[in-house]
Design a protein around this ligand. Structure first.
Ligand SMILES: *[C@@H]1O[C@H](CO)[C@@H](O)[C@H](O)[C@H]1NC(C)=O
Length: 273
C-alpha cells in the first residue's frame, strides 16, 4: 500500500515538474549582467533595472583549501587567507547574484548559489555556509536533504513561499509553513525538504547552513535515477506503472533542481509546461 502511494506521488511529482523549453525570464537577477561576466550556457537574465557591474566570484586556487585545513591553528589559517586576499586570488565577499556564478547551470525553475568551503575558502574551519536561492515564477526547489547541515532559510522578496520537511523515520508527517517577505524557517539536518515559490513573479531566499561543506542530495533524482533499476523496482513494490518500457522515459522527465513548479501554480501564472 505504502509503495503504491509513493509511486503515485513520485509519478505526480515527475509529471508536474517536467521541464520544457528554456526561455522563462530569469528576472531575479537584479542588475543587468555587465560585460565583465563570463559567458554562460544560461539564458541571459532579463532586467530593466540600473545596470550594475557584476564580477564573477573567483575560483579558489588548487590546493588552497587542503592547505588551510592543515594549518596548525586559526591564526595560521587566516595569515594564509590574508596573503591570498592580498594577491586577489580569493575574495572576502561572495556575490550570490546568478550573474556572478556562471558555472551554475540553472534548472527550469531557478538556481541555487551556494557559498561553501570549496568556492569560498575563507569559510574553511568556520563550520558555516550560505545559499542564495533564485526562484523563477512557480519555481520548485525539489525535495532534497543536506547530509551535514541544518538550514535556516529566509525569504527576502515580497512573495509567498511554501516550504516543508519530513524529519526522519519515526516522525514522517510533513511539517510545512508559508513564508512571506523577511520570514524564515528551519530544515533540520538530514530532513527531506522543499521550497515552492507560489508567486507569478521571481523570488529570492537566503539560507544559512551550519557546515562549511553541507552537501545536498536530491531525493527523486538520486533514488529513481541513480540507484540500480532493480533495486528501485523492488523498493517500489514492482509497480505496473513503471516498467522496463517506460522507465527510461520516466527517468528522463525528472528535472534538475530547481524544477519548474507545481501544476496549479504554472496554470495560475500562465506558464507553459
Ligand atoms: C502540510 O502538512 C500536512 C500534514 O503534516 C499535510 O496534510 C498537508 O498536505 C501539507 N500541506 C501542503 C500544502 O504541503
Amino acid at each position: 500500500m505504502l509503495s503504491k502511494t509513493f509511486i503515485i506521488a513520485a509519478l505526480a511529482a515527475a509529471v508536474t515538474a517536467t521541464p520544457i523549453a528554456q526561455g522563462q525570464s530569469s528576472s531575479w537577477a537584479s542588475g543587468a549582467p555587465a560585460a565583465t561576466v563570463a559567458p554562460s550556457s544560461a539564458p541571459a537574465p532579463v532586467s530593466t533595472g540600473a545596470p550594475a557591474a557584476v564580477a564573477v566570484n573567483p575560483t579558489a586556487p588548487d590546493g588552497l583549501v587542503a592547505k588551510l585545513l592543515t594549518e596548525p591553528n586559526t591564526v595560521g589559517r587566516f595569515k594564509e587567507i590574508q596573503s591570498q586576499l592580498a594577491t586577489g586570488t580569493i575574495n572576502l565577499k561572495f556575490d550570490f547574484n546568478p550573474a556572478a556564478n556562471p558555472a551554475i547551470t540553472p534548472g527550469a525553475g531557478g538556481q541555487v548559489d551556494l557559498a561553501q568551503r570549496a568556492n569560498f575558502p575563507i569559510l574553511t574551519g568556520t563550520g558555516i555556509s550560505a545559499a542564495g536561492i533564485f526562484f523563477n515564477p512557480c519555481g520548485l526547489n525539489t525535495p532534497h536533504f543536506h547530509p551535514r547541515a541544518t538550514e535556516f532559510l529566509t525569504l527576502v522578496t515580497d512573495t509567498k513561499m511554501l516550504s516543508g520537511f519530513v524529519l526522519e523515520n519515526g516522525l514522517v508527517s510533513e511539517f510545512n509553513t508559508t513564508l512571506t517577505k523577511y520570514q524564515g524557517t528551519v530544515f533540520p539536518q538530514g530532513s527531506i525538504h522543499f521550497q515552492q515559490n507560489l508567486d507569478c513573479q521571481p523570488a529570492v531566499a537566503i539560507a544559512g547552513l551550519n557546515s562549511e561543506d553541507p552537501g545536498a542530495s536530491s531525493v527523486a533524482q538520486n533514488f529513481i535515477v541513480n540507484i540500480d533499476p532493480e533495486i528501485v523496482d523492488a523498493t517500489l513494490g514492482f509497480p505496473n506503472e513503471i516498467n522496463a518500457d517506460n522507465f527510461a522515459q520516466f527517468k528522463k522527465n525528472i528535472p534538475t533542481p530547481l524544477a519548474k513548479g507545481v501544476e496549479e501554480c504554472l496554470q495560475r501564472c500562465h506558464i507553459a509546461y
